[in-house]
Write a protein that binds this ligand. Structure first.
Ligand code: GLU
Length: 403
């Protein structure tokens, strides 16, 4: 009945968890939601003021399909200031979030017969979008033992004569791994010599906790500007998930192709959202740093709470706002046997919503978002630890031998 492509594409599992939590909440249950990959902060005042002004000025009609000129210029300017890369506004298209930026890019660049190399555990929409474009996603596995670092040699060795591009996400969702510039340089040199695309998903670019040089746009621009595509978003940096505003920056033909695709699908991003984004980009930037500091202290505090149970093996993330612990030590064939089942039971019994590793191609792990208040984190982790220690489907922690 449905098109053949739907045999391969499933609904987004990251959005699913939030829906389930909301459903349970409607029945009167007090749910702690660690599923949502979205900031709990409010949108900055500058964005809200600009949005209200746009409505009052009746700025409520179609805009140019690729976005208003002032916003495209503001985005290009941001990349000039942050990374020292030069793009004219015509090489920017405003999209409905980072998701549409990546979708347009995959549709514009990849098709049947092409392989696209990316990494796992990774954000599920990247591989699904490659499939929607008719191409084949090739995922390189990163390891907890390496802090989920994307080892450049693993990407390089996955390249074949059919590889048309590489999609990298740094800081990464769900691992929080931040790619060092030197690693990207190795991949870029190889990509440049083969003439393949490198697409960089920079959605979490302003959420980096450690002093890790992360001028990835410059690394690519210096080596292969004609094969570099940058995607980004207002969602995480400015707590603007619902406004749906992101962008693609790249060579003129790619941006034009994204514009053609968008002209037949969603047209322009909501005019009011575009003005709001312009307000945020042009307004006070203290909020960005303040949110980062708050995420950092939540990360540090919550990581300590987790260590109360040695069976939860946690790599402290360097970026984004997720923990991605290995919980395989809690699983057993006769008890809770998968992380998906664990997440289900945790929601039903302890009313804590988390996203199972299966969503990111990594069974045995959980994604726990710390884009939520410290009080919620404290209570949620307390419930999680209590669940682990009381469920009769989880092996008992062996008592420490007496000294
Ligand atoms: N990027 C967020 C997440 O991973 C939002 C959900 C989505 O759009 O997939 O949770």
């Amino acid at each position: 009945m449905l098109a053949k492509r739907m045999e391969q594409v499933a609904s987004s599992p990251t959005l699913q968890v939030g829906l389930e939590a909301a459903r349970l909440r409607r029945t009167g249950v007090e749910v702690i939601d660690f599923g949502a990959g979205e900031p709990d902060f409010t949108t900055p005042e500058d964005a809200k003021v600009a949005a209200r002004a746009a409505i009052d000025a009746n700025f409520t009609k179609y805009t140019a399909n690729a976005g208003i000129d002032e916003l495209k210029a503001a985005i290009a300017n941001r990349y000039r200031v942050d990374y020292g890369v030069e793009y004219p506004a015509q090489q920017v298209i405003v999209t409905a979030g980072g998701k549409q930026a990546l979708y347009n890019t995959s549709m514009a660049l990849f098709g049947p017969g092409d392989e696209v190399v990316t990494h796992s555990p990774g954000w599920p929409s990247i591989t699904e979008q490659i499939k929607l474009a008719g191409a084949q996603a090739v995922s390189v596995r990163t390891q907890a033992a390496d802090g989920f670092r994307i080892l450049p040699e693993t990407i390089v060795s996955a390249l074949t004569a059919r590889t048309k591009g590489v999609i990298l996400n740094s800081p990464g969702n769900p691992t929080g791994a931040v790619m060092p510039e030197s690693d990207l340089a190795i991949i870029a040199d190889e990509a440049a010599s083969r003439g393949i695309w490198v697409v960089l998903d920079l959605c979490y670019e302003r959420l980096i906790y450690e002093e890790i040089p992360h001028n990835l746009p410059k690394i690519l621009n210096d080596r292969m500007p004609e094969r570099t595509v940058l995607t980004g978003s207002m969602s995480k940096t400015y707590a603007m998930t619902g406004w749906r505003c992101g962008w693609v920056i790249g060579p003129a033909p790619v941006v034009a192709a994204c514009g053609a695709i968008q002209s037949h699908t969603t047209s322009n991003v909501c005019s009011i959202s575009q003005r709001a984004a312009l307000g945020a980009l042009g307004g006070a930037q203290d909020c960005v740093q303040e949110m980062l500091e708050e995420y950092r202290s939540r990360r540090d505090q919550a990581a300590e709470w987790f260590t109360a149970d040695a069976r939860i093996r946690l790599v402290k993330p360097n970026g984004a706002f997720y923990f991605f612990p290995d919980i395989s030590g809690l699983l057993s064939p006769g008890g809770i046997s998968t992380s998906a089942e664990f997440a289900q039971e945790l929601l039903q019994q302890a009313h804590v919503a988390v996203t199972p590793g299966e969503a990111f191609g990594a069974p045995g792990f959980l994604r726990i978002s710390y884009a939520t208040s410290l009080e919620q984190l404290r209570e949620g982790i307390r419930r999680l630890l209590e669940f682990i220690n009381t469920s009769d489907r989880i092996p008992r922690l062996k008592p420490r031998p007496a000294l």
